[in-house]
Design a protein around this ligand. Structure first.
Ligand code: HPA
Length: 321
């Protein structure tokens, strides 16, 4: 079966295999059936492997968006696990793409950071992209900070601004693609989880206060994020449609992670770094590109680190209340 699939697919770029055998490659990227889905027991094995090597329980999970790996670099006393060293973890597919789980302390608070995430466009099904969130849950994480690079649709936004996510539009879900599809394990959460309260209002309010204290109020917004599968950037007509639907930013991640996090009752704060403004005019012939996405992340490194350090402090305070 595996070999047949390989022959049918023909020339898969060798660079994408990252030294894995054909069988490993197909297990990771091509053959995904319901039977491949992670069970509670499998994810427990992953969590146990990590727990045995990390002498503290992380309270906050952080997912670093594209170009925002500096957030993981800011941790004190880092303990790092390349994704390929973690049992059952998906592998990074793109050569040169860092993929590691980093444990450490931020503002004295124990955290675990995903430096590099898994995207649908890499060929992973959504349940696989979101699997690390369940690992975080089993490790004891109570709060998730999900960050992303995104295109700005709201004309009031500027490149380099930050949008706190108050809601999302799960476009892939409209087409029947959802990370929670398939048999439900109640040990993670309910069959039909609500999503109207996905993003913590309390944390958004507090995050705005933090932004004010850091004199970032001019670059902070609140709005609706939407996720497309990618990897191509959107057409003008698609962007106009998304804007009409009420989306303020567009990206290729986060929504499925947040759905999975809320399913297992993590408190969620998410924000978009606006790395480019979406082009909704046929006469403008500029093209968005991945390099500018990464560059804006780098330019905003200091602000992002400071903001997230303060958010983590705030979360730990809110837990002690
Ligand atoms: N569209 C989709 N994803 C993105 C964009 C965009 O304009 N910018 C950064 N990630």
């Amino acid at each position: 079966m595996m070999n047949t699939a390989y022959k049918v697919n023909g020339n898969i770029d060798k660079k994408l295999r990252l030294g894995s055998t054909d069988e490993e490659f197909f297990e990771n990227h091509v053959l995904h059936t319901d039977n491949d889905k992670y069970t509670y027991e499998t994810i427990t094995e992953t969590a146990n492997f990590l727990r045995q090597q990390v002498p503290f329980k992380p309270m906050v999970g952080i997912i670093c968006g594209s170009g925002m790996g500096c957030l993981a670099d800011a941790l004190d006393g880092k303990i790092e696990f390349p994704y390929e060293s973690i049992p059952h973890f998906p592998r990074s597919t793109v050569e040169g793409h860092v993929g590691k789980l980093v444990f450490g302390h931020l503002s004295g608070v124990p955290v675990v950071c995903m430096k590099g995430r898994f995207h649908y466009y890499e060929g992973y099904p959504l349940w696989k992209c979101a699997m690390p969130v369940r690992v975080m849950k089993l490790l004891g994480v109570t709060h998730l900070i999900a960050t992303n690079a995104a295109g700005g649709l709201n004309p009031n936004f500027k490149v380099g601004d930050i949008m706190l996510v108050k809601d999302h539009i799960n476009l892939m879900g409209f087409a029947g693609n959802n990370p929670l599809q398939g048999p439900n394990d109640e040990r993670f959460g309910p069959r039909f989880p609500p999503m109207n309260t996905a993003y913590s209002r309390e944390l958004i309010r507090e995050a705005k206060k933090v932004a004010k204290e850091l004199k970032m109020q001019d670059i902070i917004h609140e709005g609706v994020y939407t996720c497309l599968g990618g990897p191509n950037f959107e057409t003008v007509a698609e962007l106009r449609m998304l804007s009409m639907l009420g989306a303020d930013t567009v990206g290729m991640s986060t929504v499925h992670e947040v759905i999975t996090a809320r399913h297992c009752n993590l408190t969620v704060l998410a924000f978009s770094l606006i790395t480019n403004m979406c082009i909704t005019d046929y006469e403008i012939r500029d093209n968005p590109n991945h390099e500018e996405v990464i560059d804006v992340g780098k330019q905003r490194e200091d602000v992002l680190k400071l903001f997230v350090q303060n958010l983590v402090k705030l979360i730990s305070k809110s837990c002690k209340k």
